[in-house]
Design a protein around this ligand. Structure first.
Ligand code: PMP
Length: 775
């Protein structure tokens, strides 16, 4: 085996400058750069552009140099923006020139553009950067796949894992405690790994991406990959496995390096199953071979610098850490990074503390998260959310995945449509029409004209604009402590979102029809009608300010008011008053729609009313962004005559495919009936708990929108807010996800996916029982 000696040429600078000028037309300031085996000199020209003149080692194979030059020219043709050095042709139009040193030795010389920036070297690379490095490596692989050069196939390189058999005699150079593991890795590599490589896709690869060949901009962003001196023809996966091994410094970052670099790589070039299967062994093999090269070199040239060993590349520490993580653990990380479900295993990638710190830095200092111990959710499946340790939580909280997390009918529809076409409603297309038709049918054809947007907030915002356009009025009516969204207009009708408590001048709130805690309780006859009288006061108050109501917003599930049950006559009586005053009635179905309340598709149908406008969001796409305003054709027409309404993403093909698929599942799996039956079963289970636990003031709700109101004392009904928060955290620790709600924060909110079954209810009720007992 021939080890390259680090005998780099050392021509005097003046001679180098003369060569540069004569052969490459390079003038400007010159500066010597360190290189292990060539003589490198940096020239910065007057225009600021920098070039590197390379005087090659006499040992260097001319074919290998030609291969490097040609591959860079090839990359320039196929992926011109890929950040790798560019070749500067000689004054004779060639890639190289030949020169003689004063000692008579002949050298090949060539010039490359110099990538400005800093060598990544020992800098700690953030996860997002690691991902981009993986992606850049994959992109480089794609750019090189059509390249052929005989020299790339003919080389045998020191660092190539395929040389493993030749390293067996060097194992004894290592410290005694390292030998048996290193020998085991080499033997397994030779017997079980190398024979499988021949069947993998192969091409020209860079083969030597490590932190010292990676350039970052001053701002720390990716600026390029350099050094094609070790490029070779071989299995594509060797490019990634070598880079992974070389980036494993310090060893404590191995899980992160694996997860992020592989993910980035995979997003550009998906790994094949056999490549994934061999990755662990190939990384170990590369580490071992680097250790042996370093050890051998040290015996040969004990006084010369050894940058790989000095940088910790190929360290024993990395090998030991991989052993500790175990093959199964590493394979789990690999699968996870490649988007392959990892059902029961743990994925030890980013610590919660790390992520919290990043969140505060990146998403604002108020880390609004559920639970004292936040959940790092990595996967969803039906009624389950799975965290990064593989723990499954029963999801009783999230109303968005209404047909269950990641329902295959929906995910398939999304991926199929996204492979086919995704564009906007300025083109003819069936999906948006089919979807609009089906949403209208669910109203019994009462409302049939749709405007498509992307969220509940947007739907409400557009509904508000439609209402003001139709009525010419400016006043707004909303429930006390309501929530309808985030836009300026909608924030004004969302008192629950306000941290300052001031109401806009054009807004009046209506009392919530709360028969447990409100002014009219269960003993008042016809409390719904009594509460509705409050609309007279609100409308009168608007009139006193010279305003008329343009619209009344109502959430039929009264979710933020504590999941109030429909009070007979209430909504109908308010609607009658609002309409008499000239306003429109907007049913915000973002929470209450899609069968959430059982029996009916829309929540307003529980109140025996027909609104003028319906808005939908959250569950419509089961997690894919979909928002729709549904109204009467004449109301929509009036609006779009006044305003050129268009939302780029609203009604796009993929969103409509998602929306249609959700409707399919609701129908095919008869989920409205399920929500009715399971909701009643859940409610009964919770009511049975109320019989044993005085802290439960009332259990209420409809279908699978349920609330459990906690009180300090059943007579005074003083809200037990602190205990509600404790209960929710205990439930989380029991593996059941719930939330809190209400103006006092003392109501446990339960809104599981409609695919909930009796066994899920049993689990949830049991967890409630245990958590209540522990309060
Ligand atoms: N309306 C209601 C009743 C809601 O609950 C929400 C969201 N919580 C919205 C509107 C706003 O929806 P989005 O967050 O999608 O804008």
């Amino acid at each position: 085996m021939k080890f390259l000696r680090a005998n780099a040429p050392s021509l005097p600078l003046l001679h180098v400058q003369q060569i540069a000028r004569e052969h490459f037309g390079l003038c400007g300031g010159a500066k010597a750069l360190y290189s292990e085996r060539d003589q490198n000199t940096l020239f910065r020209e007057a225009d600021g552009r920098a070039w590197m003149l390379k005087i090659a080692n006499t040992d260097e194979d001319p074919g290998a140099i030609d291969c490097q030059i040609e591959v860079l020219r090839h990359i320039q043709r196929v992926d011109p923006l890929l950040p790798v050095p560019r070749i500067r042709l000689s004054t004779g139009g060639q890639g190289t020139a030949r020169v003689s040193a004063s000692d008579g030795s002949a050298h090949i010389v060539y010039a490359l553009s110099f990538l400005d920036g800093q060598i990544a070297g020992d800098l700690e690379l953030a996860p997002a950067l690691l991902r981009r490095i993986g992606a850049l490596q994959a992109r480089l692989g794609r750019a090189m796949r059509g390249f052929f050069h005989a020299a790339a196939g003919a080389r045998s390189l020191l660092w190539d894992v395929r040389m493993a058999p030749q390293y067996l005699p060097f194992v004894d150079l290592l410290p005694a405690p390292q030998r048996s593991l290193v020998m085991e890795v080499l033997r397994r590599g030779i017997d079980a790994v190398l024979p499988r490589l021949d069947a993998l896709r192969a091409q020209a690869i860079h083969g030597d991406l490590h932190a010292h060949n990676l350039i970052l901009s001053e701002a720390g962003d990716l600026a390029g990959i350099i050094d094609f001196g070790d490029m070779i023809h071989g299995p594509l996966i060797l490019d990634l496995s070598a880079a992974l091994a070389d980036f494993m410094v310090p060893a404590s970052r191995i899980p992160q390096v694996l997860a992020d670099m592989i993910r980035g790589y995979y997003e550009v070039t998906p790994l094949e199953a056999e490549e994934r299967a061999l990755l662990f062994d190939l990384v170990e093999l590369r580490l071992v071979i680097t250790m042996l090269v370093n050890a051998y070199r040290h015996t040969q040239t004990p006084d010369e610098p050894n940058y790989a060993a000095d940088a910790g590349i190929g360290g024993w520490e990395a090998l030991e850490t991989l052993q500790r993580l175990t093959r199964a653990g590493v394979e789990t990380i690999v699968d996870f990074a490649c988007g392959i479900p990892v059902p029961h295993a743990s994925v030890p990638v980013h610590s919660d503390a790390d992520m919290m710190a990043r969140r505060k830095r990146l998403l604002g200092s108020r880390p609004y998260l559920f639970y004292d111990r936040p959940i790092h959710a990595v996967r969803g499946e039906g009624v389950w959310i799975i965290d990064s340790s593989g723990r499954r939580f029963l999801d009783c909280y999230n109303n968005v995945p209404i047909v269950g997390h990641c329902h295959p009918h929906v995910t398939e529809a999304i991926s199929r449509q996204s492979r086919t076409l995704n564009t906007n409603t300025r083109y003819l297309g069936e999906q948006v029409l089919d979807y609009a038709e089906r949403l209208g049918q669910k109203t019994g054809a009462a409302l049939t004209a749709c405007a498509f947007v992307n969220s509940g907030s947007e739907a409400n915002d557009v509904a508000w604009r439609i209402a003001t356009a139709w009525t010419g009025a400016r006043g707004a009516l909303t429930q006390e402590f309501a929530y309808h969204g985030i836009t300026e207009a909608i924030d004004a009708v969302s008192p629950s979102a306000s941290r300052i408590g001031a109401l806009a001048a054009h807004v009046r709130t209506l009392l919530a029809p709360d028969c447990y805690r409100g002014i009219y309780r269960g003993d008042t006859p016809d409390p719904g009608s009594r509460y509705a009288e409050d609309a007279d006061r609100a409308i009168q108050s608007l009139a006193e300010a010279g305003l008329k109501p343009a619209a009344y917003f109502v959430d039929s599930a009264f979710m933020t008011n504590g999941i109030l049950e429909p009070q007979k006559n209430y909504v109908a009586e308010v609607f009658r008053r609002v309409r008499a005053a000239g306003g429109l009635c907007i049913a915000d179905e973002v929470q209450s729609g899609f069968g959430r309340m059982g029996r009916h598709f829309y929540g307003y149908q529980h109140h025996d009313v027909v609104p003028d406008i319906i808005t939908i969001g959250k569950p419509a796409g089961n997690g894919h962004p979909v928002g729709v305003v549904i109204t009467r054709p004449e109301i929509l027409d009036h609006f779009i005559e006044q305003s050129a309404f268009f939302s780029t993403f609203g009604g796009n093909n993929v969103s409509c495919a998602a929306g249609l698929a959700v409707l399919d599942v609701l129908e095919n799996e008869d989920l409205l009936a399920n929500a009715t039956a399971i909701g009643a079963y859940f409610k009964a289970g919770l009511q049975a708990l109320a019989a044993k636990h005085d802290i439960i003031g009332i259990v209420r709700g409809t279908g699978l929108a349920l609330g459990v109101e906690l009180v300090i004392d059943r007579n005074s009904r003083a809200p037990a807010a602190k205990q509600t928060s404790q209960l929710i955290n205990r439930l989380r620790d029991e593996g059941v996800l719930a939330g809190s709600e209400g103006i006092h924060g003392n109501i446990v909110k339960l809104r599981p996916p409609l695919v909930f079954r009796r066994e899920h209810v049993d689990q949830a009720v049991l967890a409630f029982e245990r958590s209540l007992s522990a309060l």
